[in-house]
Design a protein around this ligand. Structure first.
Ligand SMILES: NC(=O)c1ccc[n+]([C@@H]2O[C@H](COP(=O)([O-])OP(=O)(O)OC[C@H]3O[C@@H](n4cnc5c(N)ncnc54)[C@H](O)[C@@H]3O)[C@@H](O)[C@H]2O)c1
Ligand SMILES: [Zn+2]
Length: 360
């Protein structure tokens, strides 16, 4: 078992990573013994893992109730949030409520936000079951739902009490979702850790065949990096912004194409390659490093180009609406080297035009 601590003073918490976490009541006991809790999952994940988790939590001394919502980003809404509140109120859950999120990032974000709001805040546990949620969304305390006008705009910072990562859950994940999660894994290598990037290049076959040790190592390293970054900058005023490498371009692709057409990680992959090309054009990254960034994404079956029909205008419209816009200025994270990135605020429209026009 791998254990990582996220250091946030009184709000510190552990991340536990192992092959069979869901089947280990002893790991859960310190958090759930004697508690009344509600597991929230969705109708894809629940048939696979809910009964195993319910059983473990009961073994660990909890009184367990469950709620299964409809699967999908389109259900990360006020309606689903309200369904959680209705269930809690109807079943008379009080201030001592504990929520447990079982699923990918959609469930994790939504249950985290429900926990932040219910009776002005109750604790919650993350049990992430997608690669993306295991390496990214379950750690760091950002919670949210979508509004019809924009994604993730309604939310709160609310840290979980613990994160339980079961690498075996990835065995049922569709390969396209696995690849999308790998885009975030690769991102950590590019912004923070050159040796990890090199290890990812070497370990492609092991990771893609879900070798448990390789998976546990990759997930641990990502969680360590995220934990370090979040401990330094919990509310994203500084270094945490580097985690958005590829995301300004990526969010524009997702929004332009219609949510769900490109998976988030796929859009981040194309966006990371674009950010690296931008760095290269500004003489801030070498050609050989740019090529390595392109190659690793291709190796992990990820897109390296945005949709051919996306013009500069089609990038700019969603980018202006992006949360990362501050005082009307577009800000981009660009890699300087593999293992090091910086936030730049002086990218001109001409630079973007030459980047995007040269795609076709
Ligand atoms: N809070 C953060 O810091 C943060 C960071 C990144 C992304 N996010 C959010 O995370 C969401 C994306 O998360 P995601 O990629 O996990 O998507 P998701 O939660 O929609 O999961 C993807 C699909 O896989 C299914 N699934 C989950 N686990 C499975 C398993 N073990 N086996 C088979 N199928 C499984 C899901 O039901 C869903 O159909 C977005 O809403 C995004 O905004 C949040
Ligand atoms: Zn992301």
């Amino acid at each position: 078992m791998e254990r990582i601590q996220v250091d946030l003073g009184a709000r510190s918490y552990p991340i536990m990573i192992a092959e069979q976490v869901l089947r280990q009541p002893e790991l859960f006991r310190p958090y759930v013994d004697g508690k009344r809790l509600l597991i929230v999952s969705n109708d894809v994940v629940a048939p696979l893992y809910l009964s195993t988790l319910e059983h473990s939590l009961e073994q660990a001394g909890a009184q367990v109730d469950s709620l299964v919502l409809a699967d999908g980003e389109q259900h990360k809404t006020m309606e689903s949030l309200n369904a959680i509140f209705t269930h809690l109120l109807e079943a008379n859950f009080g201030r001592d409520t504990l929520l447990v999120a079982l699923g990918g990032g959609v469930i994790g974000d939504m249950v985290g936000f429900a926990a932040a709001c219910y009776q002005r805040g109750v604790p919650f546990l993350q049990v992430p079951t997608t690669l993306l949620s295991q390496v990214d969304s379950s750690v760091g305390g950002k919670t949210a739902i979508n509004h019809p006008l924009a994604k993730n705009m309604i939310g709160a910072f609310h840290q979980p009490q613990a994160v339980f990562i079961d690498t075996q859950a990835l065995s049922t994940l569709p390969s396209r979702e696995f690849a999308a999660g790998m885009a975030e894994v690769i991102k950590y290598g590019i912004i923070w850790d050159r040796p990890f990037f090199d290890w990812l290049v070497e370990s492609k076959d092991k990771l893609q065949s879900l070798d448990p040790q390789a998976l546990a190592y990759a997930i641990r390293r990502c969680c360590e990096i995220k934990a370090d970054v979040v401990a330094e900058d919990e509310t994203e005023r500084g270094v945490r912004a580097l985690l958005n490498l590829g995301h300004t371009f990526g969010h524009a692709i997702e929004a332009d194409q219609g949510y769900g057409v490109w998976l988030h990680g796929e859009a981040v992959a194309a966006g990371t390659v674009m950010a690296s090309k931008l760095a290269y054009k500004r003489n801030q990254m070498s050609e050989s490093e740019l090529q390595q960034v392109i190659d690793i994404h291709a190796d992990y079956q990820l897109p390296i180009d945005p949709p051919a029909e996306m013009t500069l205008e089609r990038f700019l419209v969603p980018m202006q609406r992006d949360k990362k816009v501050m005082a009307g200025k577009l800000r981009f994270v660009i890699p300087i080297h593999i293992g090091q990135a910086e936030l730049v605020a002086d990218v001109t429209q001409q630079e973007l035009a030459s980047l995007i026009d040269s795609q076709g």
